[in-house]
Design a protein around this ligand. Sequence first.
Ligand SMILES: [Zn+2]
Length: 164
Amino acid sequence: MTTKEYTDAELKKLKDAYKAQRCGCKRRKDRQGTQIEMRMTFDQWLAVWEESGKLHLRGAGKGRYCMSRLDDLGHYEEGNIAIILTTENCRQGHLGRPSKIKGRPSPRKGMPLADEHRAHVVESLKRHQLTTVVCPHCGRTGQLLVMHRHHFDHCPTVRLKALS
Ligand SMILES: [Zn+2]
C-alpha cells in the first residue's frame, strides 16, 4: 500500500500518530452527537497522507496539516476525509457550535447562506431602506427600519403627552 520507504523510527512515529488519532476519537462526538470512529487501517491512513503530499507537514499549529472529516461530521473513513490546514479545521469545528463566551448562538452561526437566501435578504434590506415612513405623532419622516425605534409608539411627543 505504501509507496515510500521509512526507517523503523519513522514508521513507529507514524504508527503512534495513527493510534493516538484512533484512541483520541473514542472520546469525541461530532455536533450531532455521533460517536466518532476511526474506520481506516494504518495502511489506508498512511496512503491518504502520502497522496496529499503533506505528510511532512503533519502536526499541530499554524501552517501544519491534519486529517479532517468532511463538514466535521461522520467518521474517519475513506471518502469522508481530507487533509487540510489545522487552522481551517479549527474554524470548521466551531461552526454551529456554541461559543464559549456567552449566550446561545444560532445553530447556523458562521455558515454561509445559500445564494437564493442571500439574494432574498439583500433585496429585503434594500426595500426597507428605500421605504420612508411618516410618524403620525410628530410628522417626521425616515427609513422604515429605524423610525420605529424613536417614533410611532416610541415618539417623544407621545411620552410628553402621557406625562402632562
Ligand atoms: Zn414621532
